[in-house]
Structures are given as structure tokens and as C-alpha cells.
Design a binder for this molecule. Structure first.
Ligand code: PFF
Length: 452
């Protein structure tokens, strides 16, 4: 059965597909703001330290499990633990990715709508106009639902074409376009008058902001941004070849993800500061603040403003698409292998189920009482449970599984490609997975609930 398993066709394909999973909405709407607000250059250094000490070891751990077991994430944990209940940890990862893709698809659908709205010239009005435009769009029961379904359909069409013909091909096409769009917008943004203020906001170190919560915030961001803890990396690693250098691939992916996050800051802040608008984070940054920034920054050439705006939302949609593909794949291959279904059928089940979750999340923003839990919309509830609870729990248990349960020889064999490379780094890696990562993740978790 193992020899029939699909695989990526090239090293570049592996890096672009996996970096595609990591580069997503988190890079654009969360990292820049966190960096600017929490000490600029100091935050970036702390973030990089978190990526090195926690992010890369966790990525490698998922790679080790996925490649060794060569199966879907739930079964991979089951195979390696010899049938012990560790399978549930893998299952938790698949479920987390599955739930995240539902609401991630909603935001991705909004990006598609905003591409259309930019090109059609709808994003045009007084500063107050943009908040009203977004709120009437987001609470409309049908429009966001349409775009969410369209986004899921695009994901579905890529997934059913398989690993090489679908995921790898799409990543090789989309990731370079994403980089080009990013660089073009960064250059345009940095050329605006007064742009240097934005650059300063992002990079100027402010040591007074250094505290425990800044460290933990950086740790949590690194974790989400690198797609750790939800079976995507493990699933992709099951398609790696025996000679893929796991450590090097993890480092390359972390590097790309971090560079994109910093460039996203250089895309947003110079433009925002140039027109004197203070930037924020999350949906309001992307769908309310930025359209206004684009309009004002290019007020003398509105057509350029529309193109930049459309390019920005296209970039965001591509980043979201490559991320959602990885979550979809983790669930699809689970159904394919566990329920012995054809790929098409398994993908259809996942697409339909994610679409239903997406539609429910999307409609919950319309203020229907049925779709709220304790006064929170289902959209927020999904976001909270997956991001703040399921992800850290999955990541923590993965480190325990790898660092304390699996035989070190097995981990070493996989890490060093059976003793052919990076033997010296193994000790450092194992130390991080056994001690640094579990403690770090536990701290994030406790902090989120106000316990420390
Ligand atoms: N890493 C993605 C981001 O930064 O937006 C989010 C993400 C993608 C999380 C894929 C989880 C995942 F499985």
C-alpha cells in the first residue's frame, strides 16, 4: 500500500506547498500589527527566536510522524504508537483543520468579493463609508455565502486533481504570483510620501514594551502562522520522499513565512502612515481600514488605487487558498483511507461539510439568535475553540508524543535520514521538543485563560 501512495514530484513543490499552508491570513492581518504594537524591532527578534526554538522543532516533529507513517494524520499516530490512544491526537489535528477551514473559507470568500468590488470601483467613498459597506456585506445572508461557496468549489477542484496534479501544481503557480504581488505593493507603498513613518513603526525597537505577554503573544503567533498542530504538516510530510531533508525544509518554510509576514508589514504601514490612518488588525484592518488607505493614498490616480486594492485582495485570497488546501487535504486523505473511499468522494464529503460550517458561520454574523452561543456568534466560537484550545492542545500532545513516547532511535533515523545528515543537530532538536516546546505551549495556554 505504501508504494502506491502519492508523493510530491520535486523539492520546490514540497517547499511551495508547505510554505503555502503556512503563509495565510495570519501573516497579513495579525503579524504586522502585533509587531508594530509590541515593540517593533524587539518583537520581531523575539518572534524569530520563537520560530527557531519552538516553531521549527514542532514542524520537524510533524514531518517525522507524517513521513515515517506515510498515512493520514490520525492513522499515523496510531501506527507509530502501536495502537495506543495517541491516534486521538492525530484525529484532533484533523478535526481542528476541518473546523478551521469552515470559517477560514468565509473570510477567504470576503476577499473574493473585495477583488470584485475593487475592480468594479465600489470601494469608493467617505472615510465612514467603508465600515458601513463591510458591515452591510458581512451581515447580508446571501452575498458572503455565495463567495464562501465559490471559494470552497475552487479548493475542491484543486484537491480532486491529487497531490502532484492538484496541490503541487497549484502551489507552484500561486505562490510565485503571491510573492510578485507582495513585492509590487511593498514597493508602491514604500514610495508614498511619508512612508518612512510606517517603516519606523514596524522596525523601531521599543524596549519598554518587552514583557511576558509580549513573549507569549509572539509564541502564539508563531504557532498559528506556521500551521502547527492541525495535521496539515504531518499530512504533507506523508507525501515527502525518503531523501527530503526534514530540518532544512522546516527551516526554509519558517524563513519564507517570516519574510512574508515582515513584508506584509511593509505593505500596510507605510501606506497607512502616509495618509495618517492608524492601522489595526484582523478583519477590520483588511476590510475597513485598508480600502480607505488605498483610496486616499492613490487619490490623485484612482485607477491605480483600484488596481492596487484588487491586487491586495488577490494576494490575500491566494494566501488563504493555499492554506485552506492543506487543511482540506488533511481531512480528505483521512476519509479516503479510513472509509476506503475514492479521492473524489472523500473530497466531496469534506467540501460539503466545510461549506455547511462556512455557511453557518457566515450567517451567524447576520445576527440570527439561533446561530449564537452565550452571546457570541458561531464564527467567533469556532475561532476561539480551534485557535485557542484545539491548536495548542494538539501541538502540546504532539511534542509529548515525539519527545517522550516514541523511541529516540526511530526519531533520530527519520531526522537524520538514517544517519546520513544532521546528526549533530539532533540533540538540540530533541531537547527543544522534550522541554522548550511543551513548556512554551503550556505557558501560552495558561496565559490565554488569564491563569498567569
Ligand atoms: N498558517 C495560516 C495563517 O498564518 O494564516 C493559518 C493556518 C493554515 C492554520 C493552515 C492552520 C492550518 F492548518
Amino acid at each position: 500500500m505504501k508504494s502506491e501512495r502519492a508523493s510530491f514530484g520535486s523539492k520546490l513543490g514540497i517547499i511551495l506547498a508547505t510554505a503555502g499552508s503556512a503563509v495565510g491570513l495570519g501573516n497579513v492581518w495579525r503579524f504586522p500589527y502585533m509587531a508594530g504594537e509590541h515593540g517593533g524591532g524587539v518583537y520581531i527578534i523575539v518572534y524569530i527566536a520563537c520560530v527557531l526554538l519552538l516553531g521549527i522543532p514542532c514542524i520537524v516533529s510533524e514531518f517525522v510522524i507524517g513521513r515515517r507513517a506515510a498515512s493520514n494524520t490520525a492513522r499515523a499516530y496510531g501506527i507509530l504508537s502501536g495502537g495506543k490512544p495517541w491516534m486521538l491526537v492525530g484525529l484532533l489535528g484533523v478535526l481542528t483543520g476541518f473546523l478551521i477551514s469552515g470559517y477560514y473559507a468565509v473570510v477567504s470568500g470576503w476577499c473574493l468579493h473585495y477583488i470584485y468590488a475593487s475592480v468594479a470601483g465600489h470601494l469608493h467613498g467617505s472615510p465612514d463609508f467603508f465600515a458601513g459597506y463591510f458591515s452591510s456585506f458581512e451581515t447580508n445572508p446571501w452575498k458572503p455565502a455565495f463567495w464562501t461557496l465559490l471559494f470552497m468549489l475552487i479548493t475542491h477542484l484543486i484537491i480532486i486533481r491529487g497531490i502532484r496534479g492538484g496541490i503541487e501544481k497549484a502551489s507552484k503557480l500561486m505562490m510565485p504570483i503571491l510573492f510578485v504581488l507582495l513585492i509590487v505593493i511593498v514597493v508602491l507603498s514604500c514610495m508614498l510620501p511619508g512612508a518612512m513613518e510606517g517603516v519606523k513603526f514596524l522596525f523601531e525597537p521599543d524596549f519598554s514594551k518587552v514583557d511576558g505577554s509580549m513573549f507569549l503573544g509572539a509564541l502564539g503567533q508563531a504557532f498559528f502562522s506556521l500551521s502547527i498542530g492541525m495535521g496539515c504538516l504531518c499530512t504533507y510530510a506523508s507525501y515527502f520522499s525518503k531523501d527530503t531533508d526534514l530540518m532544512k525544509s522546516a527551516a526554509q518554510i519558517a524563513f519564507i513565512d517570516t519574510v512574508v509576514a515582515v513584508l506584509a508589514g511593509l505593505m500596510i504601514f507605510p501606506a497607512a502612515f502616509s495618509v495618517g490612518i492608524s492601522p489595526d488588525s484582523g478583519p477590520s484592518l483588511v476590510f475597513i481600514t485598508l480600502p480607505n488607505v488605498f483610496q486616499q493614498a492613490f487619490s490623485s490616480m484612482p485607477a491605480v488605487g483600484y488596481v492596487v486594492s484588487a491586487a491586495f485582495y488577490a494576494l490575500l485570497a491566494l494566501a488563504a487558498l493555499t492554506s485552506i488546501i492543506s487543511m482540506h487535504e488533511a481531512s480528505t486523505v483521512f476519509f479516503e483511507e479510513e472509509c476506503k473511499l475514492s479521492r473524489k468522494r472523500a473530497a466531496t464529503i469534506v467540501t460539503v461539510a466545510c461549506s455547511v460550517i462556512g455557511l453557518v458561520c457566515s450567517m451567524s454574523l447576520g445576527g440570527y439568535d439561533l446561530l449564537t452561543v452565550f452571546g457570541r456568534t458561531l464564527f467567533d466560537v469556532f475561532d476561539f475553540f480551534t485557535g485557542q484550545i484545539m491548536l495548542p492542545v494538539g501541538g502540546f500532545l504532539t511534542c509529548i508524543f515525539l519527545g517522550w513516547f516514541l523511541p529516540h532511535k526511530l526519531v533520530r533515523d527519520e531526522f537524520t535520514n538514517h544517519g546520513t545528515l544532521r546528526g549533530r543537530l539532533f540533540g538540540i532538536y530533541l531537547f527543544c521538543v522534550r522541554y522548550v516546546c511543551p513548556v512554551g505551549i503550556l505557558l501560552i495556554f495558561l496565559q490565554q485563560f488569564g491563569i498567569i
